[in-house]
Design a protein around this ligand. Structure first.
Ligand code: OGA
Ligand code: MN
Length: 327
């Protein structure tokens, strides 16, 4: 248990100091924790916000059960941690949520029925491959905050993998080999891996974003691998060699000792730090069971001058939209 003492801003007397108590229950020895002790539906004071950030930075993934959050309070809570991304506009389709800050990770259509549209399903299936959110963007997502509104009766977990411990456990020869390499990321590559009908050339045409394969995770000061299903190959390396290296690292970093699963009930919130973890959605009976998950996404840097809607820009600039049901 972590006890954090908070002194009121206008402390009349030291006797009035209050205590913010976060209960922290580790899931793996160095990765993931169930946290409780504060009401996420209410505004956070600065000390409590810092306490949440501290726990988040240390554990990488935090799980908050039965939060009582709804769309509005989910968004309000998320805003404490930075600029929120706006979800891509689903071209030609009705939008499921009135809040653009909510990314829809459900298997439901705009009417709230189980989605039967093949292309949209294939697009969503990309989430079931190990990835980090928005690695295909220059400015990535730092914290993702996924709230369960409706869980399937069985399965439908999310799996998380520890990119800091995995990095630390690599043989020194591998650390030396990858220290200054950059991976090339594309959203369309991971959609292709998920079965979405794109050719190799079509993926290439849409371009790539480069990110270092190894970086320092600032909140903890620990080094981490930065991998994702969106990473296709390595800059300045033959494609096959780069892809094989990414595969090898991904297999290493997703071995059982680095991985745990979160099983959901309505109201549960998981916050993951994309810059020190990977995640993937677990399989479930997506044709018969409803699963309604909604995500807010904090960008790794603040607002961007000129465009605050980098996801819509990405889809508009690509020749196709996965939401239009055509190609
Ligand atoms: C996401 C995601 C997985 C899941 O929302 O970014 O990958 O289990 N979700 O819904
Ligand atoms: Mn994701």
């Amino acid at each position: 248990m972590l006890n954090l003492w908070r002194t009121p801003a206008k402390a009349a007397s030291y006797l009035e100091s209050e205590m913010t108590t976060l209960k922290v229950q580790p899931i793996l020895p160095r990765f993931g924790a169930e946290v409780s002790g504060i009401d996420l539906t209410r505004p956070l004071d600065e000390e409590t916000r810092q306490a949440v950030l501290e726990v988040q930075g240390k554990w990488g993934i935090t799980v908050w059960r039965n939060t009582g959050l709804d769309d509005d309070t989910h968004i309000a809570f998320s805003r404490n941690f930075g600029h929120l991304e706006l979800a891509p506009a689903p071209g030609g389709r009705p939008y499921r949520h009135q809040h653009r800050e909510l990314f829809d990770a459900s298997n439901l259509d705009a009417e709230g029925n189980i989605n039967k549209d093949e292309l949209t399903k294939l697009h969503a299936r990309g989430n079931q491959i190990w990835h980090t959110d928005a690695s295909f963007m220059k400015l990535r997502t730092s914290l993702s905050m996924l709230l369960c509104h409706e869980a399937p009766p069985v399965a439908g977990e999310t799996f998380f993998a520890d990119m800091r411990s995995a990095y630390e456990d690599l043989p020194q020869s591998m650390k030396d080999r990858i220290e200054s390499l950059q991976a090339r990321h594309s959203l369309w590559w991971s959609r292709k891996l998920g079965g979405y009908p794109l050719t190799d050339a079509e993926v290439d045409e849409r371009g790539y974003v480069l990110h270092p394969l190894v970086h320092v995770h600032k909140p903890s000061g620990r080094k981490a691998l930065y991998l994702a299903a969106h990473a296709r190959d390595i800059a300045d390396m033959p494609r096959d060699e780069g892809a094989a290296l990414l595969k090898e690292l991904t297999e290493f970093a997703t071995r059982p000792q680095y991985v745990f699963a979160v099983t959901y009930k309505k109201g549960d919130l998981v916050i993951w730090d994309n810059l020190c973890s990977m995640h993937r959605g677990g399989e479930f009976d997506e044709l018969n069971h409803r699963r309604d998950m909604r995500r807010t996404s904090v960008r790794e840097a603040g607002t961007v001058a000129g465009s605050d809607d980098q996801f819509t820009d990405l889809y508009v600039n690509a020749a196709i939209s996965p939401f239009e049901g055509k190609r």
